[in-house]
Design a protein around this ligand. Sequence first.
Ligand code: CA
Ligand code: CA
Ligand code: CA
Length: 184
Amino acid sequence: MMENRLTEYKKSFEELPKCVSDLLETSSILEAFRVSEDCMTCRYGWKRFNGKCYFFSSDRLNWSQSRDDCVTKGGHLAIIDSTEEQTFLDNTANSKMEHASDNFWIGITDSETEDQWVWVDNTPLDNNKKFWVRGEPDDWKGRHGELKFGEDCARTGIYGCAVSCWGDSNCSAQRRRICEAKGV
Ligand SMILES: [Ca+2]
Ligand SMILES: [Ca+2]
Ligand SMILES: [Ca+2]
């Protein structure tokens, strides 16, 4: 445990020069404050919110590759358990999307049992903290039901969505991802 923490601290220092150059490029006190706050508690390139750190990828992977990559990065695919976290994640995703459906994988799937949604830490989806957009999840199998696999993995919303945004999608689709990790 201590060793993990030490490695994380060392990593933060390695990434410090990049933080400093970001800091020098800020144009307002407010922006400088935000950059230094992110840098103090999260690894470079991760964004801080409520004591957690989030990574919004620019590359695209299928859902299970995304899940594994977040673990490699020392975290997990985002587990969303409050309206605040959901709003922050979809708002930030919005600011990074290149087109209307350029959304991000999050850490929940019903691939084990259809319609039983479970987060990557094995917690079942809480009925009071579901953020599906209207009409989803629909386990869509094509217009004529011709697709073998339905939709068992969840993604963030289309452009402009803020709270009830999630959709289920084919797990083999290539999408961006949101990883979540503890702050250092
Ligand atoms: Ca979370
Ligand atoms: Ca499904
Ligand atoms: Ca769907």
